[in-house]
Design a binder for this molecule. Structure first.
Ligand code: F6R
Length: 243
């Protein structure tokens, strides 16, 4: 595992956007795995700036979703599909035909999870998966004590995560779905390059456990230690509890 300490979130965003742009120059139809939440926004902004300046071509790029709420229609403004369309696909000039994600509105959620894992494999696998991290060490919606070999599946959100995400639902916790589909940790580990970005002091304990703790389900992100090509990009605040 490689750890890169950057001065701030903007520098982290620029660094990772640079890696994504390099990948797209080598592999124009690369499959980029993307996360939602606040942390990755500087990455998407920096990559969009490169697209606007013409220094990277995204016309053949493909995007894969990490997780999705269960029960929200796909066109709900807070479904992760809608969020990613607004924050990633449109700014990068990538059409929905190049997007893949689990069907959070499926009647048979288990079948939808299995279908998504199959679709990822049939697409050739994720080339670069961008990850954020929860304050408790979760990646995707693999909360603490998720199996480190888990596949894409339905999970129940913890009350803390629903409270954290209420900010996207006008502060109304009761509007936040109880369930999500998330790529499993085993699924995430199949990406060829994992890049985790963490910024701010609130992530410092989780980063210390991820990088220096034992590989343990109590810190799902510690599974990155088992990956042959994992990069953890942290600002100085998030790195502050590393030895
Ligand atoms: C969302 C996701 C989550 C977030 C994590 C951190 O797709 O994968 O694991 O990355 O909850 O969220 P922020 O970045 O908002 O602190």
């Amino acid at each position: 595992m490689e750890v890169v300490i950057v001065p701030d979130a903007k520098a982290g965003g620029a660094l990772i956007a640079g890696a994504m742009a390099d990948l797209l120059r080598r592999t124009p139809d690369a499959l980029l795995g993307v996360a939602t939440g606040s942390t990755p926004l500087p990455v998407y902004e920096a990559l969009a700036a490169q697209v606007r300046s013409g220094s990277v071509d995204t016309s053949r790029a493909r995007i894969a979703q990490l997780d999705e709420y269960v029960g929200l229609p796909a066109d709900h403004p807070e479904s992760y599909r809608s969020v990613l369309r607004r924050e990633v696909l449109e700014p990068l000039g990538i059409g929905m035909d190049a997007f893949m994600g689990p069907d959070g509105a499926a009647e048979d959620v288990r079948a939808a999870c299995e279908a998504y894992d199959r679709a990822l494999a049939e697409a050739g696998g994720v080339d670069l998966q961008l990850l954020g991290i929860g304050t408790d060490g979760h990646i995707g919606f693999n909360e603490q004590c998720s199996s480190l070999v888990s596949r894409t599946r339905i999970k129940t959100l913890t009350e803390q995560t629903r409270v954290d995400n209420a900010r996207f639902f006008g502060g109304a916790v009761d509007q936040v779905p109880h369930h999500v589909i998330t790529q499993g940790i085993g699924t995430i580990l199949e990406a060829r390059h994992l890049v985790l970005l963490a910024t701010g002091e609130g992530k410092a304990d989780a980063i210390a456990a991820t990088v220096e703790g034992p590989v343990a389900a109590v810190c799902p992100a510690s599974a990155l230690q088992m990956h042959p090509h994992a990069t953890v990009v942290v600002d100085e605040a998030a790195a502050s509890k590393l030895k």
